[in-house]
Design a protein around this ligand. Structure first.
Ligand SMILES: [Zn+2]
Length: 280
């Protein structure tokens, strides 16, 4: 039964690849969204926060094997702002929250493939590295990067860029003016005090309801160039750079799922396999 499902997936994927060539889908820019890269996955990770180290390596190798052109987020923004062109199959790698395992586990793999990436930091956790409070509530222990680790990454090369992910990881749309100022202006200047100057941002939680025009205006006033959401999709020239779409990658994205997401046939496959499951 499993192999029939796999054959259906492969056929659909092939059709989608052909369609992508006709429709220009290949000109769309994919921004991958990772969080934690660790083998310490527990059964509390129901939102897909983690990717095992080995799977991350396999996914990076897949990008290489399939001729993907991994570029920095900055280069991608230039493309979306219609200021430059990009080779087909260009792709961007991002990490949210600034987990210590990004330094311990993901960074060596990024270096192995020479892939640029952006890590979005929560300033209060980098100021005082500790377990993330909002994960501790669920009983999950995951530590933040510290400034020494960030500095080591920065000194080593410019492969990894750091972005900003607020001061304490709150939903920005519900904040009043002073809380918004604290989360954005104060948080950003805390990073700057430690030598991290950035104009890249990712909204915490990142769905369409977690930010609004007031938040975007505030980010623009702080000279932020672009902001990533967690809304699923690809980005095209002319799109709003304060509403960048991403592709969430998690522990359940084995290489077939990963391929399906990159090609854009994962939704078809979900629909079709659901129909099959309902029939059987
Ligand atoms: Zn986050």
């Amino acid at each position: 039964m499993n192999s029939i499902k796999q054959i259906i997936q492969d056929i659909l994927c092939y059709i989608k690849v052909r369609y992508n060539k006709v429709s220009g889908y290949e000109n769309g820019l994919i921004i991958l969204m990772y969080h934690s890269v660790t083998d310490l996955i527990d059964n509390k990770d129901d939102i897909g926060r983690t990717v095992p180290e080995n799977l991350f390596d396999i996914q990076m190798n897949y990008l290489k094997k399939c001729g993907y052109n991994v570029i920095s987020l900055k280069k991608g923004i230039e493309y979306i702002l219609c200021k430059s062109s990009l080779p087909k199959k260009s792709i961007i790698i991002t990490f949210d929250d600034g987990y210590e395992d990004n330094y311990l586990n993901a960074w060596p793999i990024l270096k192995k493939y020479n892939y640029p990436a952006t890590i979005f930091l929560i300033s209060s956790y980098v100021d005082r590295p500790r377990n993330f409070d909002y994960l501790l509530e669920k009983g999950i222990h995951a530590r933040s990067l510290d400034y020494n680790q960030i500095q080591e990454i920065q000194i080593d090369s410019d492969l990894v860029t750091f972005g900003f992910h607020t001061k304490s990881h709150v939903r920005l749309s519900g904040q009043d003016a002073s809380a918004l100022d604290d989360e954005l202006s104060v948080g950003l200047s805390n990073l700057e005090k430690h030598g991290i100057k950035t104009d890249l941002f990712a909204y915490p939680y990142g769905g369409a309801s977690t930010f609004n025009e007031i938040v975007i205006q505030k980010l623009e006033a702080l000279k932020i160039l672009a902001a990533c959401t967690t809304i699923t999709g690809i980005n095209k020239p002319g799109d709003d750079v304060f509403r960048l779409k991403r592709m969430h990658i998690a522990w359940y994205d084995d290489i077939r799922n990963f391929r399906n997401k990159l090609v854009g046939c994962d939704k078809w496959i979900k629909k079709i396999t659901n129909i099959k499951e309902r029939l059987t």
